[in-house]
Design a protein around this ligand. Structure first.
Ligand code: AHR
Length: 647
């Protein structure tokens, strides 16, 4: 009863102006304290409060632990969560402001748990220090959505956040294009030095502009992120501002201060202002673009809408929930501001009609691929999708042909799992011209100009992270004894994104780990025979002197193992073998004590893909990337997990 009283009061509080964040949180804390006192008085326990929280129509309580309510976008996130749940009788949200204090955030989480929350949304103050607490909640069976800053490991349900470096790059690309061959002077405003979001945006911005010799960048350190601090800085740096062409601010707040200062200095129209955030609302980025005060803003959804959408799917035990969703940011200028607003406000209702989808599958080179195709076919039936799937047998030409057939068939969506990363621009432009959106599945492409938006989203694994995980396992488990440990790398097919990115991630950790080096690296094309061939060729001209094999997939690792055994070399004993995919065959090999470790690459993402197809067709904003859930397994875990393998 008392929890219900608290919840009712909390609901009232939620409907008040969220910008009064601190006052609200104090009220919130008072309410918690009052409810606790009354509960203690009545002899109630936390166990009972969970029951109470679900009474009278409220079927789910979502606890929101916010890192702080100082930053504008965090306030906006709470507001968005509130708006998204306001009309639902079933969902109750309870928020807590950690005021930037890790200990307080841990306490807030305990308090939220005490109120019987069914799901936790957390934007952590410090992603490292809160890993343990997040794991504790997740292990207790309460789903956890981590926002804004991802935590290491796998112990959370879903991560949703932007790619701040990409946001900065988008702003940089726009400024470079604006200045053109003439070049010019650019001022960048740096806010709080501790702002990770700000530093990442500035880094992306610099990355792009530093490639242009005709652009000079000067940094003004404000030391704060407020409108007033930006205003004062611009006024006091009048001379520098006067001789600049562009001022870049990485948040709407700072940009508003810059706009006002530039106007007061009489420099309107002379100095161009560009920012990031692109929030909606009076005096925010989009409004400033509409009023001609800002030349452009790079908007980034703050993720509240997505968080509630996924929270409902998680609470409803729906399939198709990924591990990570990287939100899409868009460049907004006077030319597309109306259209962007229309898209943001458009209702997204799936009418349930059968959708026609053309899928160009790379081939059937591995057990992983066979499981992946099966998962996609099964999911299509479930999601009412008429699927036309074409197997390209590793040929890019065949993939071009398939895509052109899908265009002629006027499918609703084209999905491609590309054999290699490059060379797709032309055919993707044809799909775009025909008005057919393209989703990249499993593997991604690199295009000449990202601003062309030739693809809508990427759904699949984080291959770079898989490479990192493989080398981290080596670092932690294969100890060097004296000499440097030599590594043979058996790569996938040349130019494929898993090949390029697994190599990159592996080398990233290798470069910071002395005592190991790659002595031999060869392509095995992701096939059993390919892996076998790499080892055979090596042994033709070398004595076996390899300590570790890193294979880009299981099939190649199993082929390599067969060849090693044929030469009397004992896998795992004479040479440690780490591969990627974690298929059932890999588990069997680990149980036989041959394969040493398998980094998971999950092919069972048909449901997630078909959900993305339906979302796309009903007009939802697609994230940049949707990343699947993956773990890492070694021989110690193999027996326990083999029967749970779905592929
Ligand atoms: O693109 C995913 C990779 O392709 C898998 O790791 C491999 O087995 C497959 O052939």
């Amino acid at each position: 009863m008392w929890v219900q009283l608290y919840l009712s009061l909390s609901l009232l509080k939620e409907s008040s102006n969220v910008k009064l964040g601190l006052k609200k949180v104090h009220l919130h804390i008072c309410l918690i304290a009052a409810a606790l006192l009354v509960m203690a008085f009545c002899g109630c326990s936390y166990g009972l409060s969970r029951e109470g929280g679900q009474k009278e129509g409220v079927s789910s309580i979502i606890g929101v632990s916010q890192a702080n309510m100082r930053e504008e976008w965090r306030v906006a996130l709470i507001e968005e969560l509130r708006q998204e749940t306001a009309s639902s009788e079933d969902i109750q949200i309870i928020t807590a402001d950690a005021t930037g204090d890790v200990d307080k955030q841990m306490q807030d989480i305990d308090n939220l748990l005490g109120y019987g929350i069914d799901l936790l949304i957390i934007s952590p103050c410090d992603e490292k220090e809160l890993v343990g607490k997040i794991k504790e909640v997740y292990d207790s069976g309460i789903p956890v959505i981590v926002m804004d800053r991802s935590v290491e490991g796998f112990d959370y349900t879903l991560y949703i956040g932007p790619d701040n470096e990409v946001i900065g790059q988008q702003a940089g690309l726009y400024v470079a294009e604006l200045l053109g061959d003439k070049g010019g002077n650019v001022i960048e405003l740096a806010g709080r030095p501790s702002s990770v979001q700000g530093s990442e945006r500035l880094m992306g911005f610099r990355e792009v502009l530093s490639e242009h010799d005709n652009i000079e960048i000067h940094r003004l350190n404000i030391g704060a992120e407020s409108k007033d601090a930006a205003y004062d800085m611009v006024i006091s740096a009048k001379g520098v501002i006067q001789s600049s062409d562009v001022v870049f601010a990485y948040s709407d707040n700072m940009a508003l201060g810059v706009c006002e200062a530039v106007r007061d200095l009489g420099l309107d129209g002379k100095v161009v202002i560009v920012d990031c955030d692109g929030f909606k609302g009076a005096d925010e980025g989009i409004d400033l673009v509409k009023r001609g005060r800002l030349k452009a803003t790079v908007s980034c959804p703050i993720g509240g809408k997505e968080a509630i959408d996924y929270a409902l799917s998680i609470l409803g035990n729906e399939s198709g929930v990924p591990k990570q969703v990287i939100l899409r940011s868009n460049l907004i200028t006077a030319d597309n501001v109306q259209e962007s607003l229309r898209k943001m406000d458009a209702a997204t209702i799936d009418d349930g009609r059968t959708l026609k989808v053309g899928y160009s599958q790379v081939g059937s080179e591995s057990n992983w691929r066979i499981a992946n195709t099966r998962s996609i076919e099964d999911a299509a039936k479930k999601f009412n999708i008429d699927l036309h799937i074409e197997n390209a047998d590793q040929s890019q030409e065949k993939q071009f042909e398939a895509i052109r057939t899908f265009i002629a068939e006027k499918v609703d969506v084209i999905v491609v799992s590309p054999v290699v990363e490059t060379g797709w621009d032309e055919v993707l432009r044809e799909a775009k011209a025909a008005g057919i959106p393209v989703i990249m599945s499993d593997r991604n492409v690199t295009v000449e100009n990202t601003e062309e938006n030739l693809t809508t989203t990427y759904l699949g694994a984080d291959f770079i992270e898989e490479g990192r995980r493989a080398m981290r396992w080596v670092r932690d488990n294969v100890k060097k004894d004296g000499d440097k440990q030599s590594i043979m790398e058996i790569m996938g097919n040349e130019g494929a994104s898993p090949t390029v990115e697994r190599s990159k991630g592996f080398r990233e950790i290798l470069s910071e780990t002395p005592g190991y080096y790659i002595s031999y690296s060869e392509y095995g094309d992701f096939t059993y025979e390919g892996g076998r061939e790499v080892v055979r060729k090596y042994l033709e001209s070398n004595e076996w002197d390899i300590d570790i094999i890193f294979s880009h997939n299981d099939d190649m690792a199993l082929g390599a193992i067969a060849e090693l055994k044929a030469h009397g070399i004992k896998p795992d004993e004479d040479v440690k073998i780490i591969s990627v995919d974690a298929t059932r065959e890999a588990f069997e090999s680990m149980i036989r004590k041959e394969l040493s470790c398998a980094v998971e690459c999950n092919p069972i993402f048909g449901d997630q893909l078909m959900k993305a197809v339906r979302d796309l067709c009903c007009g939802k904003q697609m994230p940049f990337r949707i990343i699947t859930d993956e773990k890492i397994y070694d021989q110690d875990m193999a027996e326990d997990y083999i029967n749970k393998r779905a592929y």
